[in-house]
Design a protein around this ligand. Structure first.
Ligand SMILES: Nc1ncnc2c1ncn2[C@@H]1O[C@H](COP(=O)(O)OP(=O)(O)OP(=O)(O)O)[C@@H](O)[C@H]1O
Length: 272
């Protein structure tokens, strides 16, 4: 590792805790601009390890913008500029020494609309491990594909048709395939941007159950428009309003005893 990369890594992961919880990712005075327009204002947010953190708030408040900062997906938007500090295990993820492809393997993403590649179910999951060189041979790749599908709760439904196109699955199955694809490269954090918004209630319930299981092994950040979903799946909730992080806390507290009037107004349906 170069000296610059070593400096970017400090402090060590174990040193970063809050209320005794290890902090996996941390945003410190994060500002985001799209051209002249500022979308986030000095956001300080700790993402606790192996918990589900829900980002909620009215449309346009900056939830997705913050989520995209966590694996530098905003880099793909030309007019977007990020200021402040964002860390993963204490490592500055915007440091020039960071390999963004490697970062996105550690911090995976599942999008709003299921977006399987136009390839087989097998190839959808095998693609990432193959480009990251995670399997030495076909047998190892087969194992990664099977275990990723198992962890995503999809294996039983597709094990007899791994060569069939991923796009032929139902919407809910496609979203679980995308989750399997994210899991296949052994991420530490999974970002989910409204992962259930295109799914029916039954498929939504399955994905929510899956999120609950995944938190045993992964740190999850989910953007959701549904307060019920945030209440069902998350342990921590962050409420955003007009580009500001208004408050963050244990999900139950945010929904039953918010500190800020804006949060109270939002959760009681006065706006949003
Ligand atoms: N690619 C972009 N170019 C210009 N402005 C953008 C872009 N993406 C987001 N914005 C602006 O940044 C602000 C925050 O948007 P963002 O999508 O992060 O909000 P959000 O809370 O996720 O909204 P929603 O719930 O509607 O998805 C909005 O004013 C939006 O118009």
């Amino acid at each position: 590792m170069s000296a610059a990369a070593a400096a970017a890594r400090a402090p060590a992961a174990a040193e970063v805790t809050v209320d005794g919880d290890p902090v996996k990712m941390r945003g410190d005075k994060v500002k985001v601009f799209y051209g002249q327009k500022q979308a986030l204002f000095d956001v300080d947010l700790d993402v606790r390890e192996r918990m589900v953190t829900a980002l909620i708030g009215p449309s346009g408040c900056g939830k997705s913008t913050f989520l995209r900062c966590l694996n530098r997906m905003n880099d793909t938007i030309d007019i977007c500029r990020v200021e402040g500090r964002l860390t993963l295990d204490g490592m500055d993820i915007y440091d020039p020494s960071i390999d963004v492809v490697e970062l996105r393997a550690r911090v995976g993403m599942v999008f709003q609309k299921p977006n399987p590649f136009p390839k087989s179910i097998y190839e959808n999951v095998a693609y990432g491990p193959r480009i990251h060189g995670l399997a030495r041979n076909k047998a190892e790749l087969d194992d990664i594909v099977a275990s990723s599908l198992q962890k995503a709760g999809l294996f039983e439904e597709v094990k007899d048709r791994l060569d069939a196109p991923g796009t032929g699955l139902s919407g809910g199955q496609q979203q679980r395939l995308c989750i399997a694809r994210a899991i296949a490269v052994s991420p530490e954090v999974i970002l989910m941007d409204e992962p259930c918004s295109a799914l029916d209630p039954i498929a939504t319930a399955k994905v929510e159950e899956l999120i609950d299981e995944l938190r045993a092994n992964y740190t999850i950040v989910i953007v959701t428009h549904s307060m019920q979903q945030a209440a069902r799946v998350s342990q921590r909730t962050a409420f955003f309003h007009l580009g500001n992080l208004v408050e963050e806390g244990p999900t139950q507290d945010i929904f039953t005893n918010p500190r800020d009037k804006r949060t109270q107004d939002y959760i009681t349906g006065r706006f949003g």
